[in-house]
Design a protein around this ligand. Structure first.
Ligand SMILES: [Zn+2]
Ligand SMILES: [Zn+2]
Length: 195
C-alpha cells in the first residue's frame, strides 16, 4: 500500500540532466493557501468519514474526491452540472474532468450510486446499498426516494407460471415510479380549473 502511494505521489523533474524524484505531497497546493483560508475550506468538506469511506474501497484519499462526495451528499439525485458547481464551493479550482473522474471512481466502487431514469441525464446519490427506488415527476423531472419494500434486491417476485424463467438468476428488479410531483400536480389542477 505504502509503496503504491509513493509511486503515485512521486513527481520527477530534471536538474542538470539528472532526474530527481520529488514527493508531490510536500509541494501540493495545500501548502500554498494561507492557513486561515485553508482551515475554512477544510472544515467545509474534509470529513473524516469521507476519508474512511474512500480507504474502505481502496481509493486514495484526495481533496477532489472528498469535495465531490460532499457535493453529492448535499444534493441527492443531482446531475453532473450541479455537482460541478457544488464541488467548486469546496474546491474552487476543481476542473470538470476531475469531477467526472471522481464521480466515475466513486460510482465504480459503490460509494455513490448512479441512476438514470428514462429521458434524464445521469444523477448521483450517496444513499447506497439499500435498494431504494425512485419516484420521478414526468413533468419537471423531480426525483424522490422510495424505500424498498423488502430492503434488498430483488424486491419483486417474478411471476413465472409457464416456467420461462427456469435457470435464470434474478438479482434485481428495477422499479421506477412515474407520476407528478406535488408542485406539478397542483399546477395542473389549477390550470384545469381555469379552463
Ligand atoms: Zn414536477
Ligand atoms: Zn435515491
Amino acid at each position: 500500500m505504502n509503496s503504491v502511494r509513493t509511486v503515485i505521489d512521486m513527481w520527477t523533474f530534471v536538474y542538470n540532466g539528472e532526474r530527481i524524484p520529488v514527493t508531490f505531497q510536500r509541494i501540493s497546493r495545500k501548502n500554498l493557501i494561507p492557513s486561515r483560508k485553508r482551515a475554512k475550506i477544510m472544515r467545509m468538506f474534509d470529513d473524516p468519514d469521507y476519508a474512511k469511506a474512500l480507504r474502505s474501497v481502496a481509493l486514495r484519499v484526495t481533496r477532489p474526491r472528498m469535495a465531490v462526495m460532499r457535493a453529492v451528499e448535499q444534493h441527492p439525485h443531482a446531475d453532473t452540472e450541479l455537482i460541478i458547481t457544488a464541488s467548486r464551493q469546496y474546491l474552487p479550482d476543481i476542473s470538470r474532468q476531475t469531477v467526472y473522474d471522481a464521480l466515475n471512481a466513486l460510482a465504480a466502487t459503490g460509494l455513490v450510486r448512479r441512476i438514470q431514469p428514462a429521458g434524464s441525464v445521469a444523477r448521483y446519490e450517496t444513499r447506497v446499498g439499500d435498494n431504494h427506488h425512485h419516484m420521478v415527476c414526468r413533468s419537471c423531472g423531480a426525483i424522490a426516494d422510495v424505500d424498498c419494500a423488502v430492503g434488498e434486491a430483488p424486491c419483486l417476485t417474478a411471476s413465472d407460471a409457464d416456467g420461462a424463467l427456469a435457470g435464470f438468476e434474478i438479482d434485481e428488479a428495477e422499479v421506477t415510479y412515474w407520476g407528478l410531483c406535488p408542485d406539478c400536480s397542483a399546477a395542473q389542477t389549477s390550470s384545469r380549473s381555469h379552463q
